[in-house]
Design a protein around this ligand. Structure first.
Ligand SMILES: Cc1cc2nc3c(=O)[nH]c(=O)nc-3n(C[C@H](O)[C@H](O)[C@H](O)COP(=O)(O)O)c2cc1C
Length: 167
């Protein structure tokens, strides 16, 4: 999968007054009519049961200069630490939206499928926020890359050739 280039998103959810969130690159568009998106989340993530219990989540697409946000939300820090000092705003659903993202999809869970150690969650987009018109943060070869706004990408360098990798 390291050979599959993706964007990077942060997915947020809320339990009572507590915000949860994690970094996610297993995100895709399922359909436009109705607007459905899918995220694949490990059962082990603290955020996963919160999404199931609340029936809501929001996906925030990260810009090239939000690598620190990706690292913050990929950590196993408690939710209070992940959101500590982080500028956020909120939409109608009340879910936290970190400032500066390219776009936010505020979703209601339409259906979910447990599959081995992950949960596939399909959400119907109820509110869309178009954010900054910046270039995206990318993930490739298990490292971050950037687009520079033209037709060029700055990607992590190839690793030296070795034996075939296992999955
Ligand atoms: C670039 C990147 C992409 C990731 N994508 C996913 C993903 O698609 N699904 C997932 O379950 N975890 C993914 N992770 C790992 C989670 O962000 C990580 O397990 C996080 O600590 C979970 O936080 P939580 O336990 O507070 O919910 C990714 C991490 C990185 C750095």
């Amino acid at each position: 999968m390291g050979r599959w280039a993706t964007g990077v998103s942060v997915v947020t959810a809320r339990a009572g007054a507590t915000d949860f969130g994690l970094t996610v690159n297993a995100f895709l568009s399922v359909s436009l009519q109705p607007p459905l998106v899918l995220v694949s989340l490990t059962h082990d993530a603290d955020t996963t049961p919160v999404i199931l219990a609340s029936g809501r989540f929001a996906v925030h697409l990260l810009a090239f200069d939000q690598r620190d946000l990706s690292e913050r939300f990929a950590s196993t820090a408690p939710p209070s630490e992940k959101f500590s000092g982080l500028p956020v705003h909120r939409g109608v659903s009340g879910l936290a939206r970190p400032d500066g993202a390219l776009a936010t999809f505020d979703c209601r869970v339409r259906t979910s499928f447990p599959l081995t150690d992950h949960l596939l969650i399909v959400g119907e987009v109820e509110e869309l926020e178009t954010g900054r018109d910046a270039t995206p943060l990318l993930f490739f070869r298990s490292a971050y890359g950037e687009s520079d706004g033209s037709d060029r990408l700055r990607l992590p360098p190839p690793r030296s050739p070795g034996p075939p990798e296992s999955i």
